[in-house]
Design a protein around this ligand. Structure first.
Ligand SMILES: [Zn+2]
Length: 97
């Protein structure tokens, strides 16, 4: 599967037959392209967001206090979560001592 951004602006060449085939460009979003040129035949829409990656940074020698490298949220506990509960960053970078 390949994803497209429906909000991305693109330039579409238009041929004006009434002016002898003169061409010009219009700017529209990818969503507008689907509406205009593919009436009723739009692809399946899924919502996606970029994945933010981070790591838990150990605080001042404390064994149980960590800070999210993405948003600064502090977390205290013996179990380290795979995601930041504050910003949702995926904690797949190794923890720093
Ligand atoms: Zn965070």
């Amino acid at each position: 599967m390949k994803l497209v951004d429906l909000e991305q602006k693109v330039f579409i060449p238009i041929v004006d037959e009434s002016k002898g085939g003169a061409t010009y460009e219009v700017q529209m979003s990818v969503a507008e392209v689907f509406e205009k040129f593919f009436e009723g035949n739009t692809p399946e829409i899924v919502e996606a967001v970029p994945v933010v990656h981070g790591r838990w940074v150990r605080q001042n020698g404390s064994a149980f206090v960590f800070k999210c490298s993405a948003c600064g949220f502090k977390f205290a506990g013996a179990e380290i979560a795979n995601y930041c509960p504050n910003c949702g960053a995926k904690m797949d970078r190794s923890a720093k001592k």
